[in-house]
Design a protein around this ligand. Structure first.
Ligand code: IMP
Ligand code: MG
Length: 194
């Protein structure tokens, strides 16, 4: 049975936003596009830890072409409600990027700072191509100066949890995505690791 709401504490109630089944359906659609667009290639899917681990594992099992995977681990938010503007690398890649087709796998693009930082690092290593697949995209908040070709859901600038996304490191294990109920305080934060 699917929960309709998650009570984080008495002031912060999250309500069901994107049900498990809708996530699954959308991931299958994204995979069809990726399988088609990279059919003659062997792309490297690079997940951004921690948030993307569930999305990555579901997406990758819908990929039918040859591919490799690797992970970056970034830290950016600290305890602040808004991104600190400082992105630091906690785990680098183990693969060679040069002349490869790179597909970054993100849980959510919010300010766009993390993805800009990642893109910089990757572009310095001369990939054959650079693409991003993000499950969620807070379009109004994000400042991105390159195309996003694979977006699961465009969402409003609101705080969400579940399906890998945390609130103070918890709630990543929820099967669906939940949004902070606007009738409650709308200024939750994420902490520490992405
Ligand atoms: P950005 O650098 O502001 O684009 O944020 C990137 C990272 O912040 C994401 O990959 C998430 O890990 C985290 N983040 C952004 N928005 C949310 C949210 O609504 N819930 C949980 N984590 C978030
Ligand atoms: Mg993330």
């Amino acid at each position: 049975m699917q929960q309709n709401k998650v009570v984080v504490n008495k002031n912060e109630v999250f309500k069901l936003f994107i049900p498990e089944q809708d996530i699954k359906t959308r991931i299958s659609e994204l995979a069809v596009e990726l399988n088609r667009d990279f059919r003659d290639r062997v792309p490297i899917f690079i997940g951004i830890l921690n948030g993307s681990f569930i999305f990555m594992s579901d997406l990758i099992r819908e990929i039918t072409i040859d591919c490799e995977i690797d992970f970056f681990k970034l830290s950016s938010y600290g305890d602040a409600k808004i991104s600190s503007g400082n992105v630091t690398m906690l785990k680098d890649l183990n693969c060679e990027v040069e002349d490869r087709d790179i597909i970054i796998v993100e849980d959510v693009i919010d300010s766009g700072l993390s993805i800009a930082y990642i893109r910089n690092i990757i572009m310095q290593q001369s990939p054959r191509s650079f693409n991003v697949v993000t499950l969620l995209y807070k379009k109004e908040a994000a400042k991105i100066n390159f195309p996003l070709n694979y977006v699961g859901f465009e969402i409003p600038t609101k705080f969400v949890i579940g399906y890998g996304l945390d609130y103070a490191q918890k709630w990543r294990n929820l099967k669906s995505i939940y949004v902070l109920d606007p009738s409650n305080d709308g200024t939750a934060s994420t902490t520490g690791e992405d």
